[in-house]
Design a protein around this ligand. Structure first.
Ligand code: ANZ
Length: 826
């Protein structure tokens, strides 16, 4: 073989690896320490695309690195195979969702094999397999037993195009569905929920433990999503109503400044209060409520929005001073946050102020807020600017003179003593709505009998999804499964009386909330995962995937992990120790899409440049978190470099096992320094820098062959072997062929990281001249990158310098690292 042929290498080595299975993991008796590296599993929407190619290339660098470092690396793969796209494609093309899904999986799997992903192909799962989703149902029932799965009527996000409910997480900030793009509306339905709010505090607090290990952006997105706020609940007596109304406030210190009350227009409370009012109020309210129900939460909360509302003609009594406060219904108060009712303090809350100014309601200042110079801020009633800052309380009776913190504490104390309030917390996080009115998902293992809901007994799992033939999958607002008469009608598990299965399927985020546990025992049909094994492998050392999953998937996985931990199934309660979010592959500065006509097809790229060049390009393009612009990278440059690396192995003439210690020291230094540094770079995700360093090593080696000690020098062999091992992380085919040219058996992936000789890492030194009063007194051998401080210290410690100073004090020291120190005595 004289020429580098990327495509011939692919044909040559793939079958060898199929045989060798270099990435099998967890073999009995394997004593190596364990590492668990996981790439977020793909959705089988078609063949692999450029985004997959990037993610899997980067995940592979990490998995292959730890393997070379002597770890037993588990790096499995699966498919997130249930979900709407399969169903929608099936409807559009008249195919069975199963066919569509499993055909795509087969195609992706073949592409991954060819892309040389270092997956353990004996650990594979598809969430749409009954062998898998049986355990989704098991999980559901475990949560149900613990009161963590429950059913309730509520206003839900409804996607009018896909005709299904959406989790809050699936509604974009502009109020549209992340799936269909339709404007999401509210609809009242009975749905299943997982009680994730019960874990809100832990989900929030445990983020502290991930600091430094997860991207800080993801941590703060999770924090905001959970959105914990602390304050108080305060009870207001309502005239003409037996029960008081409780409001939630973060500012109980401002109670004396409350001038009206607002209830969410779409709350039951608003309806009830209006019903007890005059007919014209009722009419105005009903009309208003109808428009509110058509408005998204996002719009409702937008601060710049014009305030709207209806005076309900009712009154609340302020518990601290007995004042009568008019009660309004408005849309800027949300029905499902806090208690759905607020005390309005317009002087110190902007939205309340806007509302007060719109409807001529009074504004009363109770916090004396000052600017930086100590001057009082303008009166909010005139300026239109609420003063939300810290200040001293005024017009507030017993709270006068206190600052915000003390005022809050005191207000709560007083309320509590009188039984009119208590400290309270609130979260933006809502319970997780898991019911979906669609076919292609996990059936919910509940049967509805005349007397109520009954869980399907464990030994009757899985509740199999019936065949799709004969079912109309077109969305119509209720699950297609409801029409599968043979399936839906079952005897009650309790007494055999006629009953019906729950026709809904689970949100596919349930499937992906625990899949990583299944990989330790993917074929075990007696339990979802083996607790001992997951204790050995877990938690996941390295998780790799897109930042698009920063909230939904990661939060759900963290939640389910904590639940399973609490149930005694897991020894840990955070699933992912380290997280890497790779950027996106773009083209000409924007996301690629068919409609924009800037789509780069992975298959075309692979055909043109070969697998290795594409993988190397992905790693070399820049920091992995950054987006890659495919117009700015050079896969052909990568291919050229790989050819240069390969030719080193072709040219080496010393025999395998030659005594490298007799080799050229200069080249050996480059080799060992490269091995040492590349390890650090890979561990810190600086894959691009690691690649740059291998390129330098390749150049140095070529120089040693052509104009240095020559191809027969053992240092050249040592360097070339190092190149092969390091390249096995980035360009597995060329690395394998180099390894073979160098006289070794496959697989290079398991060759092991060459031992670094620390003696060869010692840097060259520079001579530093030390002067006292302009006269040379000493010469020091120092590292070229020594800091000025360190150098000064060394100089001062010199005996010769001390002798020259003879006890005199110092006036100044001039340091020019690394070459000169000049000391001027006093
Ligand atoms: C009186 C007050 C005075 C308030 C003041 C703020 C400033 P976070 O931090 O988001 O929890 N609020 C309570 N429930 C609400 C709902 N369902 N819809 C809209 N707004 C609601 O904010 C809590 C504050 O937002 C609460 O404290 C309440 O207004 C309002 F100077 O009460 B505050």
């Amino acid at each position: 073989e004289e020429r580098y042929d990327a495509f011939a290498l692919q044909e040559k080595w793939l079958p060898v690896w199929d045989d060798l299975k270099p990435f099998r993991s967890g073999e009995p008796g394997d004593e190596r320490p364990k590492k668990y590296v996981l790439d977020m599993f793909p959705y089988p929407s078609g063949d692999l695309h450029m985004g997959h190619a990037e993610a899997y290339a980067l995940g592979d660098v990490i998995a292959r690195y730890w393997l070379q470092r002597g770890f037993d690396v588990m790096h499995p793969i699966g498919w997130d195979a249930f979900g709407l796209p399969a169903e929608n494609a099936a409807i559009k093309r008249g195919l069975d969702p199963r066919r569509w899904t499993y055909d795509n999986i087969a195609q992706q799997r073949a592409s991954m094999r060819r892309y040389a992903c270092s997956f353990d192909w004996d650990r594979v799962l598809h969430t749409s397999d009954p062998e898998y989703y049986k355990w989704n149902q098991w999980l559901f029932l475990k949560l149900y037993e613990k009161g963590l799965a429950y059913r309730k009527d509520s206003l839900v996000n409804w996607d009018p195009v896909d005709q299904t409910v959406l989790a809050n997480e699936q509604v974009l900030p502009d109020g549209t569905s992340e799936r269909s793009g339709a404007k999401v509306v509210k609809k009242k339905l009975t749905q299943w929920y997982f009680r994730i709010t019960e874990y809100a505090d832990r989900l929030l607090d445990d983020l502290d433990r991930l600091e430094g290990q997860w991207p800080s952006k993801v941590i703060s997105m999770q924090r905001n999503w959970i959105g914990r706020s602390t304050g108080a609940e305060v009870e207001f007596v309502i005239e003409g109503r037996d029960e008081p109304v409780t409001v939630y406030t973060t500012r109980p210190d401002t109670l004396h400044g409350a001038t009206f009350m607002v209830v969410a227009a779409d709350s039951d409370l608003a309806g009830e209060l209006a019903a007890g009012s005059a007919p014209e109020v009722r009419e105005a309210f009903e009309a208003y409520r109808t428009t509110v129900q058509e408005t998204s939460d996002m719009d409702r909360l937008a601060s710049e929005r014009e305030k709207t509302g209806v005076d309900l003609g009712r009154f609340a009594v302020n518990p601290v001073n007995g004042e009568r406060l008019p009660i309004w219904a408005a849309d800027y108060v949300l029905a499902d946050y806090g208690t759905g009712a607020i005390m309005a303090v317009p002087a110190h809350d902007q939205r309340d102020l806007d509302f007060a100014r719109a409807f001529g309601l009074p504004v009363r200042v109770v916090v004396d807020v000052r600017d930086a110079d100590g001057n009082p801020l303008p009166d909010p009633a005139e300026s239109g600017e609420a003063t939300a800052g810290d200040g001293v309380l005024v017009n507030s009776g017993p709270l006068d003179g206190l600052d915000k913190q003390a005022g809050i504490a005191k207000a709560i104390e007083v309320l509590q003593a009188e039984g009119k309030g208590r400290p309270a917390k609130n979260y933006r996080l809502r319970d997780w709505l898991i019911s979906r009115q669609r076919y292609w998902g996990t059936p919910i293992p509940i049967v509805h009998t005349q007397t109520g809901e009954v869980p399907v007994p464990q030994d009757q799992l899985p509740v199999l999804l019936p065949p799709s033939e004969g079912l109309n999958l077109t969305p119509k607002g209720t699950s297609p499964l409801g029409a599968a008469e043979d399936w839906v009608n079952v005897p009650s598990p309790v007494d055999g009386s006629p009953a019906r299965r729950d026709p809904d399927t689970m949100d596919t985020f349930v499937d992906s909330s625990w899949y990583y546990l299944r990989f330790v025992s993917p074929d075990d049909d007696t339990k979802p995962f083996d607790t001992d094994l997951i204790g050995q492998w877990g938690p996941i050392d390295q998780y790799v995937g897109g930042v698009t999953h920063a909230i939904l998937h990661l939060l759900y996985a963290r939640f389910i992990t904590k639940v399973l931990h609490d149930l005694g199934y897991l020894p840990f309660d955070e699933p992912f120790t380290r997280l890497l979010n790779q950027g996106m592959v773009q083209m000409d500065g924007s996301a690629m899409s068919k409609s924009k006509g800037n789509l780069v097809r992975l298959s075309d790229q692979l055909e043109e440049h070969g697998v290795d060049a594409i993988r190397l390009t992905m790693a070399f393009a820049g920091p992995p978190e950054d987006d890659i612009d495919w117009a700015d990278v050079s896969p052909s440059g990568s291919a050229k470099f790989l050819g240069r690396a390969w030719r080193l192995a072709r040219d080496v003439t010393s025999p395998a096992g030659a005594d490298v210690t007799t080799g050229d020291v200069a080249l050996r230094r480059v080799t060992h320094r490269t091995l040492h540094d590349v390890a650090g770079h890979v561990e810190a995700y600086r894959f691009n820098v690691a690649v740059a360093r291998v390129m330098e090593l390749v150049n140095a080696t070529r120089k040693a062959i052509d104009s240095g000690p020559g191809a027969g020098d053992p240092a050249v062999r040592e360097a070339t072997e190092a190149v092969a091992v390091v390249l096995s992380l980035f360009a597995p085919y060329v690395a394998e062929d180099m390894w073979s040219l160098l006289g070794h058996e496959p697989a290079v992936a398991r060759a092991g990281w060459p031992a670094v000789d620390d003696a060869l890492l010692v840097q060259d030194t520079v001579t530093c001249v030390v002067q006292v009063k302009g006269k040379v007194r000493d010469r020091l051998e120092v590292a070229p990158d020594i800091t000025g401080e360190a150098l000064q210290e060394l100089a001062m410690a010199s005996e010769k310098v001390q002798a020259a100073l003879a006890g005199a004090g110092i006036r100044t020291v001039v340091v020019r690292a690394p070459k000169l120190v000049n000391i001027v005595p006093a």
